[in-house]
Design a protein around this ligand. Structure first.
Ligand code: SF4
Length: 254
């Protein structure tokens, strides 16, 4: 069975042009899904779909870039690192189908931001309230390590996503790469980064323009299996984001 799904055109066009031409979030999502701008990542994501792993050998893989997922009127945006080769790169939805997603959905549900504590496949009806989940890099990278050039290439999509989510109030980067991508994207949108430059940390906060950034360790197995990130720690960050998102936005800052 082919690992490639039909319906979205593929493009080696510049992500800058594709993103800036998207008039709304739906159009941006479609542009992302067709992107082939990074040869190494295009090859890797498609190789994983051919090679597979034993437990998923009978499943079709998405094997394309991942658009954001969640509430189109989001007030909270979670920014992960990149799709996992046999998680989102397989299921076609952010954080869906792997242990990181299991950890994240449970935490979102625990604080009232998701309608169920688990989700293993796209199209299962999982609904997020006021939350959208996205990533700094949209294609699965080898060893979960996109190069700086690949992070830079993919950033226009996050910049445009931030711009199009007009009700957004809080950004929750999951890990240092997400934190840096968020700060650089906000700077690209003309929001000055206050000196000294805010550093990433779990529960670290920074106010930039109309947004509050609240950092969290990434729910990778490396962090959750070692106890570096516990359910209580992630729930505390998400509860803080929820509380901040409920406060009025200073529209004058936009
Ligand atoms: Fe396109 Fe981003 Fe994937 Fe690179 S990582 S191919 S810019 S979607």
């Amino acid at each position: 069975m082919s690992s490639r799904r039909q319906g979205a055109s593929s493009s080696t066009a510049s992500p800058v042009a594709s993103a800036s031409n998207a008039p709304d979030v739906g159009a941006l999502d479609r542009a992302i899904v067709g992107c082939r701008a990074c040869p190494r990542l295009v090859a890797w994501r498609e190789d994983q779909a051919r090679i597979k792993v034993a437990r998923f050998r009978d499943e079709p893989y998405w094997a394309r870039p991942l658009p954001g997922f969640g509430d189109p009127d989001a007030r909270i945006l979670l920014v992960g690192l990149a799709p996992a080769a046999h998680g989102a790169n397989r299921t076609g939805r952010m954080f869906t189908g792997d242990a990181s997603g299991d950890f994240l959905w449970r935490a979102l549900h625990a604080v009232g931001l998701a309608d169920r504590p688990e989700s293993r496949r796209a199209g299962d009806g999982l609904t997020l309230s006021a939350v959208r989940v996205t990533a700094a890099v949209r294609c699965a990278p080898p060893a979960n390590r996109p190069t700086p050039a690949e992070q830079l290439a993919c950033r226009p999509y996050l910049v445009r996503e931030l711009e199009l989510l007009t009700g957004l109030r809080v950004i929750v980067p999951l890990g240092a790469i997400g934190w840096n991508a968020a700060l650089r994207s906000l700077a690209a949108l003309g929001h000055p980064i206050p000196p000294p430059r805010p550093g990433f940390g779990h529960a670290a906060e920074a106010v930039i323009g109309p947004y509050t950034i609240v950092g969290s360790y990434h729910p990778s197995q490396q962090n959750t299996f070692t106890g570096r990130l516990t359910p209580a720690m992630l729930e505390a960050v998400l509860a803080r984001a929820k509380a901040l998102a409920a406060t009025p936005t200073n529209e004058a800052q936009r």
